[in-house]
Design a protein around this ligand. Structure first.
Ligand code: TXA
Ligand code: MG
Length: 311
């Protein structure tokens, strides 16, 4: 299969929507990372996502929608979910919600669970594609399973060229980290994955910190130890490079490359995967400077710990 690189203009978006209608896979930009999109009601199309990614079939996928009205057609939204959706959609927040009967989604999307993960992306080109297509779009991150998430069309092609119909090139992602995932136990919000929406923002709206996922809560497979692994070995909290290591700096630790010379966490989040891709390509062990455990730093450190986990 030849992967088309579509321009992000009305003509390119129309072609992408047509490919989705035909059951093909189209990678597209969201504000978090590039998603690998398929019609969420089309079982074969969804199956092709797992195939293209080499993803274990028990990992459910996120469904992308135009807005809250579409979410209410598909799911029962507890009061707390509505409040979070009203505060943060469109944006980098995914809500895991109980499905209504007759929802029409392929069961492959939810991997058989009675819940579905829903997200309304803020990126205007993602919104344009969702509007042109009309239906729900299932989209995990557009990378081979277990590899670094893509934040540019070039990253998508590096991992999936020849395995998907097209990539809609809308430039680099602005947030650069996957969405924050919240599930519910009744009306109680549970943090399933730290991500692009800082926990502090959720806490402001909830009036308390979201409960952490426990062993008996449904956990997101994104929490698996080495899910975000580069091929190289990764050492954290470094102040200098040892031996053949290449050093990824932050703030006062300059490094060979830096997540953010000024110590800005938003800048660091936006370039994290980009930097890991660049460093991984060098084939040398990677040392990473300490990143503060506040705001987006929590999600950045979560990704870095996974990258460094023994495997
Ligand atoms: O920012 C993002 O969230 C990106 C962009 C493309 O939207 N998507 C993304 O999708 O990161 P993915 O498939 O790589 O991660 C989806 C996560 C997985 O960890 C999955 O297990 C979890 O969402 N998830 C999906 N449905 C779920 C469900 N019903 N219950 C619990 N976790 C669920
Ligand atoms: Mg992923």
């Amino acid at each position: 299969m030849r992967t088309e690189r579509l321009r992000n203009d009305p003509a390119g978006i129309a072609v992408a929507a047509e490919l989705l209608r035909a059951g093909s896979l189209v990678a597209f930009a969201t504000e978090t990372v590039y998603g690998l999109g398929a019609d969420a009601r089309h079982g074969e199309a969804v199956a092709r996502i797992y195939e293209a990614k080499g993803r274990p079939s028990f990992n459910p996928l996120i469904v992308h929608l135009r807005g809250l009205a579409q979410a209410r057609e598909l799911t029962e939204m507890p009061e707390t979910a509505l409040r979070l959706a009203e505060a943060f959609w469109p944006g980098p927040l995914t809500l895991v919600l109980p499905l209504k009967d007759g929802h029409g989604l392929s069961p492959l999307v939810t991997a058989g669970l009675p819940t579905v993960a829903l997200r309304v992306p803020a990126q205007k080109d993602a919104q344009a594609l969702l509007a042109a297509f009309g239906g729900p779009v299932a989209a995990p991150s557009a990378n081979p399973s277990g590899r670094i998430s893509p934040t540019t069309a070039a990253h998508v092609l590096a991992g999936l060229d020849g395995r998907i119909a097209a990539v809609l090139d809308a430039g680099p992602c602005t947030v650069g980290l996957e969405s924050t995932i919240i599930g519910f136990e009744g009306d109680r919000a549970i943090l399933l994955r730290a991500g692009g929406l800082p926990v502090e923002a959720l806490t402001d709206v909830l009036g308390h910190v979201p409960a952490p996922a426990t062993a008996d809560t449904i956990t997101a497979p994104g929490q698996l130890g080495s899910h975000y692994a580069p091929r190289a070995q990764v050492r954290l909290g470094a102040t200098d490079a040892r031996g053949s290591e290449v050093l990824l700096g932050f703030g006062p630790v300059a490094g060979d490359l830096s997540l953010s010379p000024s110590g800005d966490l938003v800048e660091a989040a936006a370039c994290l995967f980009e930097r890991l891709h660049e460093l991984d390509a060098l084939g040398r062990p990677i040392a990473v400077a300490a990143v503060p455990e506040t705001g987006l730093g929590v999600a950045i450190n979560d990704r870095l710990r996974r990258a460094a986990a023994p495997r």
